[in-house]
Structures are given as C-alpha cells and as structure tokens.
Write a protein that binds this ligand. Structure first.
Ligand code: MLT
Ligand code: MN
Ligand code: ZN
Length: 304
C-alpha cells in the first residue's frame, strides 16, 4: 500500500495567514527548524496509478502540483483520482471539492450520512457542484461492514464513528451524531497490510483502540500538544472540547500510542500551527521521538 501525505497541517495550515504565534512568526522569519504545512489530506493507492483521496483540502491545487503521481497522464483531461473519502464535513477537509469542479466526470464522494447532510445544508458544497461536474455520493456504512471503491484494486475500507466534533455550521455541533466524524481502516487484502486513519479524534473508545491494534500504521490526530494550547493565540477553546485529543497529559495520545505494539508505525497528522512539536528542536518533539512517534510532513511517503 502506498500512502502519500498531501497535507499534514490542521485547519489554517502552517503558517496560518493571520497568525503571529511563536511558530508562525519564527517560520516566516526563518528562525525555526520546521516545515510549512498545507491542510489535512492523504492519498492512498496500491499500484501508484489509481488513487483514493482522503479529504479535499482548500490547498488541493498546490498539493496535486506537488505530487506528480496525482497528476493527469492520458489525453487532454484526466486524473488518477478515482474517488474522495471524507472523514468529516469540516472546511479543511471538504472545501477542496470546489477546486475539483473542472472534473469531466461526476466526483465519486464517499462519506457518512451525517457528513452528507452537512455538505448539502450548512455547507452545501455538494449542491454547488451540481452546477459543475456533479457528484455521485456513496454512503460509508458504520456498522463494521467493509466497502470497496470501483477502479481501486485490492483495497477495502471499514469506517467507524468517532467522538470528535462536527463543524460549526452543522446542526450537530453541540448535539453529536454517530458519523459526524469517522476513522477508517484501509486494508490491502493481497498483503494483509492495514492503515488506520483518524485525523480528528477526540476520545479513545474501544473500537478505536481495536483498530489501532490491528493496523500496521496508525495515522492519527496530532492537532494539539496540550489541552489549553489555543490560549497562546487568545482562544478559550480547549483541545478535547473541539474534538482533538492532545498528545501530552494523562490519557493523551502519547499514552494511548504507548499501548500499541512497538512495530506499528505511529504517525501524527493534522498538526495545528500552535503545536510545539512543529519545532524539530523542541523538547516536545524529542519526547515524541523517544516514544517512537513520527510527525507527518507534506510529501511524506509511507509504504506498507
Ligand atoms: C478542526 O479539525 O477542528 C479544524 O481544523 C477546524 C477548521 O478547519 O477550522
Ligand atoms: Mn480539521
Ligand atoms: Zn500560528
């Protein structure tokens, strides 16, 4: 299985346009060992020819230009992107659909029922696209059943509901529904290799831990280091409150990943620009390294 990290940042990316936090400021000044990051998305393939996109970030144009395997090959209009799987309806994961409107075929969009509802009401991007390329929506089952995607050979997908957060424009923002956010286990039957992808993860429920144990690689929520990190930028929002389990502290992601077998690759993704782990020289980054936890970067290639 081939996995390409198209964007490893959280909403806003790194640096964020209006942010003057120590990370964003020092990155602009060239005073930090850190890489800029576009917003959250990965692509998965088995043969390098046909790809499934997970999430469509507002930075998608730059991401596709930066990743040659995702560029057109045959004829005047072409794309190796066969489908788009959405793990939630947040702007950083869905606004990029607008920039795929030139598609010559309807976009094949796989999402849960609540995400479909949000994308046809609060943020009606799927309706808008009807005036361009159109969309063929496919519901992701959340009952443990696997689904496959036409045109994507040798991959099967199992989605499950997660405790995280629906977007601010969702009627579910303060009334969570199963499927507002999902995690996906991606399996390549011929090799038995499995990826667990959950970039927005607020709470570790038993099915999450089970999926992490099953996987050869976990690519999970790395948004915040600490529960009150947003205070640095004047926001009272707490990490868990907005659906992101922080890395540090009791029950945090470092502790959780410590329970996963040592040979499993553990990689954080969807890193917020305020997170100290973006600084490669920081003590927080050293703590991750000591715990065997990697930090995804744009352009990272993972082969399972
Ligand atoms: C989140 O996952 O909480 C988002 O990154 C928020 C956003 O995109 O504004
Ligand atoms: Mn996000
Ligand atoms: Zn910042």
């Amino acid at each position: 299985m081939l996995i390409r990290v198209l964007g490893s940042g959280a909403g806003g990316g790194f640096p964020q346009w209006n942010c003057n936090c120590q990370n964003c400021l020092r990155l602009r000044r060239g005073e930090i060992s850190a890489r800029p990051r576009t917003q959250s998305s990965i692509a998965v393939s088995t043969d390098g020819n046909d790809w499934v996109l997970f999430n469509a970030s507002p930075d998608i144009r730059f991401q596709l230009e930066a990743n040659p395997p995702l560029q057109p090959r045959h004829g005047v209009r072409d794309t190796p992107i066969r489908a788009i799987v959405l793990i939630d309806a947040q702007i950083d994961h869905t606004a990029g659909l607008l920039f795929l409107r030139e598609s010559t075929r309807p976009l094949q969009v796989y999402c849960s029922e609540p995400v479909y509802q949000d994308l046809t009401t609060g943020f009606p991007v799927l309706n808008l696209l009807e005036h361009y390329c159109g969309v063929e929506p496919h519901r992701i089952p959340l009952d443990g059943g696997a689904f496959t995607i036409p045109g994507i050979a040798d991959l099967r997908f199992v989605g499950h509901a997660l405790k995280s957060k629906a977007p601010p424009y969702s009627p579910h923002r303060h009334a969570p529904h199963p499927g507002d956010n999902i995690g996906v286990l991606v399996e390549q039957p011929s090799s038995g290799k499995k990826l667990y992808y959950a970039p927005g993860l607020g709470e570790i429920e038993p099915q999450v831990l089970a999926a992490m144990h099953e996987a050869d690689c976990v690519l999970v929520d790395g948004t915040f280091w600490s529960e009150d990190e947003m205070a640095k930028v004047g926001s009272p929002k707490r990490a868990r409150e907005i659906g992101h389990l922080p890395q540090s502290g009791p029950g945090g992601m470092i502790e959780v990943l410590g329970q996963i077998p040592p040979l499993t690759r553990k990689i954080l993704i969807h890193i917020n620009n305020t997170n100290p782990i973006l600084d490669e020289d920081s003590p927080e980054r050293q703590r991750l390294a000591a715990a065997g936890i990697e930090v995804a970067y744009d352009g990272m290639e993972i082969v399972l």
